[in-house]
Design a protein around this ligand. Structure first.
Ligand SMILES: [Zn+2]
Length: 231
């Protein structure tokens, strides 16, 4: 059995409705084992944090007074809407991990995976693919080559339970279950996220993601992700 975890949450630091303390208190009351705050990094798409805000963001997460493991993340819109030259180095110091959204997603103008691998060394933090419809975005490359890339770079893949990332009621993760099934034989980390913005109860939707992971028997992959964060 996996613990209740949510590694994709937005606060008032970007386009979320709730403050950090409200989110943490809710998670604590509902019995979450660990959470990660992942506000948007500077993008033209939504309300987001410019690089100079990150220091205060980290300090405020640090000062949350709730007995809960809380991790410091960031979500990057991996597209021309973001100034990619800002990514990496000193401004990311103190963060625990970074989510990249729209990687390989041509509908959303997302940059290809090779461009992420290009800046991989500059980032120096665990990175992952947020709400990615793998079967749509990566169907043109040979599946084993793709999985090799994820595995050798330890790029985690998120099971995102937000309905924005579903098609006619089918979530991207279940549409991509052929990929996730293959994770069983590989050390590819898997995270879970609700992508909560406006309703705290959305965080409880992660249990759907946990059920999916348990139904495929890939709990070990989540443990690899937790280990990357030293949990
Ligand atoms: Zn998000």
């Amino acid at each position: 059995m996996l613990p209740l975890i949510d590694f994709h949450i937005h606060s008032t630091f970007s386009d979320g409705l709730y403050g950090l303390n409200e989110i943490a208190r809710y998670a604590y009351e509902k019995g979450f084992y660990a959470i990660g705050i992942t506000d948007h990094f500077s993008t033209r798409k939504v309300r987001s944090m410019d690089p100079e805000v990150i220091k205060r963001y980290l300090e405020e997460i640090e000062s949350i007074d709730v007995p809960l493991k809380i991790f410091k993340g960031l979500e990057i819109d991996f597209s021309p809407r973001t100034d990619i030259s800002l990514i990496g180095g000193k401004i990311f110091e103190g963060l625990d991990y970074i989510l990249f959204e729209y990687v390989g997603d041509s509908n959303m103008g997302g940059y290809p995976l090779w461009k992420l691998l290009d800046i991989y060394d500059d980032i120096g933090l665990p990175i992952g693919l947020a709400h990615n419809n793998l079967q749509k975005n990566f169907s043109s490359i040979e599946m084993n080559n793709f999985l090799d890339l994820l595995e050798t770079h330890q790029i985690f893949v998120e099971v995102n339970t937000n309905k924005n990332y579903s098609i006619l009621g089918d979530y991207y993760y279940s549409l991509s279950d052929e990929f996730f099934k293959k994770f069983k034989d590989r050390d590819i980390p898997v995270s879970i996220g609700s992508d909560m913005h406006e309703n705290l109860d959305e965080m409880l939707n992660v249990s759907r993601g946990i059920n999916f992971i348990e139904s495929l028997g890939i709990e070990e992959n989540v443990k690899i992700f937790l280990k990357m964060l030293n949990i």
